[in-house]
Design a protein around this ligand. Structure first.
Ligand SMILES: [Zn+2]
Length: 261
C-alpha cells in the first residue's frame, strides 16, 4: 500500500512533506494538483502510520476518531466494486454506499466517483428500469407494518440485483445479502444492525483486504466487556434520538417517494 501511495501523483508528495522536518509553505504546494492541495489543507488530520490515513472526528461520541485510508487512484475502482457491486455490498444506493466507503476510505472527489460508479452500474441501471415499469404494481403491495414493507422492498431490490446471474439459486444468496444489509448503516438509526446487535462492525472483504490500524488493537477481555457495555448504552441512546428525528423527517417526506435503496 505504501508503495502504491508513494507512486500516486496526488498522494505521493505528502510522504515527502510528512518526512521532512520543515513545514511546507503554501507557495511550495501551489504547483501541485488540486487533490494534493486539498489533502495539504487538512494537514493535521493526515496521519502517517506506515501508510497515509486521514483521521476524522466521529459523529457518534462513543467512537474513537475514524481513520480513513487515503486511496491511490489505481485502487479506486477495486474499492468501488467491493463496496457496491460485490454480493457483500448488494448494490446499495449512493447514500448507503458512500456511508460504507467513508467508514474506511477517503480520496479527493470520492462522492463524485461513487455517484458516477452507481449511475453507470449495469445491474443498478437494469433494476431502475424494472422498478419504473412495475411502479403501479409496487403501489398495490400491502403489508401490515410500514417498516416491514420498507425492509421487504430493500431485500427485494437486493435479490433482483443478483437474480439474473443466479436465477436458480437466488434463495441461496439471501444469507449473504442479509449480511450485507446488517453491515450497512441504516439512515434512520445512524448505525448498522450489526453495530446495534453486537456493539461493533463485522469485518467485510474490503476491510480485511485493507485493514485500518485500529483493527490491530488488542485489549484484555474484562476491559473489552466493560467498554462494550458503556458503548452499547451510548449507541442505543444515540440510535433512539436518530430514530425520533428520522421519524419526524419521514412524516415531512411522506408521499415524496424518494427511494434510496
Ligand atoms: Zn449497482
Amino acid at each position: 500500500m505504501k508503495e502504491l501511495q508513494k507512486k500516486d501523483n496526488d498522494i505521493g508528495p505528502l510522504f515527502t512533506w510528512k518526512e521532512s522536518k520543515e513545514p511546507t509553505t503554501r507557495e511550495q504546494v501551489a504547483r501541485f494538483s488540486p487533490a494534493t492541495r486539498k489533502y495539504w489543507l487538512n494537514w493535521n488530520n493526515i496521519i502517517m502510520d506506515s501508510v497515509l490515513y486521514q483521521s476524522l472526528i466521529p459523529n457518534n461520541p462513543t467512537d474513537v476518531p475514524k481513520m480513513q485510508l487515503l486511496v491511490p487512484e489505481i485502487l479506486r475502482f477495486e474499492i468501488l466494486t467491493l463496496c457496491h457491486d460485490s454480493i457483500f455490498s448488494a448494490h446499495f444506493g449512493i447514500k448507503k454506499t458512500t456511508m460504507k466507503i467513508k467508514e474506511h476510505f477517503h480520496w479527493y472527489r470520492m462522492r463524485e466517483d461513487i455517484k458516477q460508479h452507481i449511475r453507470q452500474c449495469p445491474s443498478c441501471c437494469k433494476l431502475r428500469k424494472t422498478i419504473n415499469n412495475n411502479h403501479a404494481a409496487l403501489q398495490n403491495y400491502h403489508v401490515g407494518y410500514p417498516m416491514d414493507r420498507k425492509f421487504n422492498q430493500t431485500l427485494g431490490k437486493m435479490i433482483k440485483s443478483y437474480i439474473d446471474e443466479n436465477k436458480r439459486k437466488w434463495d441461496f444468496y439471501i444469507p449473504i445479502l442479509m449480511s450485507a444489509y446488517r453491515g450497512t448503516v441504516h439512515p434512520s438509526t445512524g448505525f448498522s444492525p450489526n453495530k446495534l446487535m453486537l456493539g461493533r462492525e463485522v469485518n467485510l472483504p474490503h476491510e480485511l483486504l485493507y485493514p485500518l490500524p485500529r483493527h490491530n488493537a488488542q485489549k484484555p477481555v474484562n476491559e473489552y466487556v466493560d467498554e462494550l457495555r458503556v458503548n452499547m448504552e451510548e449507541i442505543y441512546h444515540v440510535a433512539r434520538e436518530n430514530l425520533i428525528q428520522s421519524g419526524e423527517k419521514q412524516k415531512r417526506d411522506h408521499d415524496t417517494r424518494i427511494i434510496d435503496l
